[in-house]
Write a protein that binds this ligand. Structure first.
Ligand SMILES: [Fe+2]
Ligand SMILES: [Fe+2]
Length: 196
């Protein structure tokens, strides 16, 4: 069954710009592309991205948009996920399934929504396994893991308001402490983040 996002490319450039510049309309489009639970998670991530951006002198709306869109590729079928990677990024075909959606998110947003902002695409690409140290990637990574709907009330958000890199280190150390994978943050992350 086709979704509104599949018809986005059929719109005029004026209509496409209207949607991308109108938060309420964009929110509806995102909602139509995922489960209600994931939509709530995306909105929560967007709001925390915005808050952290304001703390760190980053464009709050760009951060909000990145949070809102970060999981857009999470619910596309595995065959389609692999098709994107085969075409755009074959080296990532061996990544765990939970990680693939972040890589595919970059190509999906570019292709389906005509998002070309390199910072947004990079932060989406890196929101599972952080391999980028730019501010938007750090903000999105932390916000995704601690948005309020996850129900985890620890010190990470307070740390992130002051120091994003320290917040990332804190998250990784928590996973290492909790699991037997003492020196493999990726495996610990995968174990802890079913819903990301
Ligand atoms: Fe995700
Ligand atoms: Fe997420």
């Amino acid at each position: 069954m086709s979704k509104p996002i599949d018809n986005f490319h059929l719109l005029s450039s004026k209509q496409r710009r209207f949607i991308l510049n109108n938060d309420e309309v964009l929110i509806d489009l995102v909602r139509s592309n995922m489960s209600e639970r994931r939509f709530r998670h995306s909105l929560g991530t967007a709001e925390l991205c915005k808050e952290l951006a304001l703390c760190h002198h980053y464009d709050p709306h760009k951060a909000w948009l990145t949070g809102l869109l970060h999981d857009m590729a999470k619910e596309i079928p595995p065959e389609e996920t692999n098709r994107y990677l085969e075409y755009y990024d074959p080296e990532k075909l061996d990544e765990p399934d939970k990680v693939k959606h972040s890589h595919v998110g970059k190509y999906y947003l570019r292709e389906k929504l005509h998002i070309n902002d390199k910072d947004i695409l990079n932060a989406v690409y890196n929101h599972t396994v952080l391999r980028s140290n730019d501010k938007l990637s750090l903000i999105t990574y932390v916000a995704d893991k601690r948005e309020p709907n996850r129900g985890i009330n620890d010190e990470v958000v307070a740390i992130a308001r002051k120091d994003l890199k320290k917040a990332v280190e804190t998250l990784i150390n928590k996973w290492k402490e909790k699991h037997e994978y003492k020196d493999d943050a990726l495996k610990a992350y995968l174990k802890d983040n079913d819903n990301d």
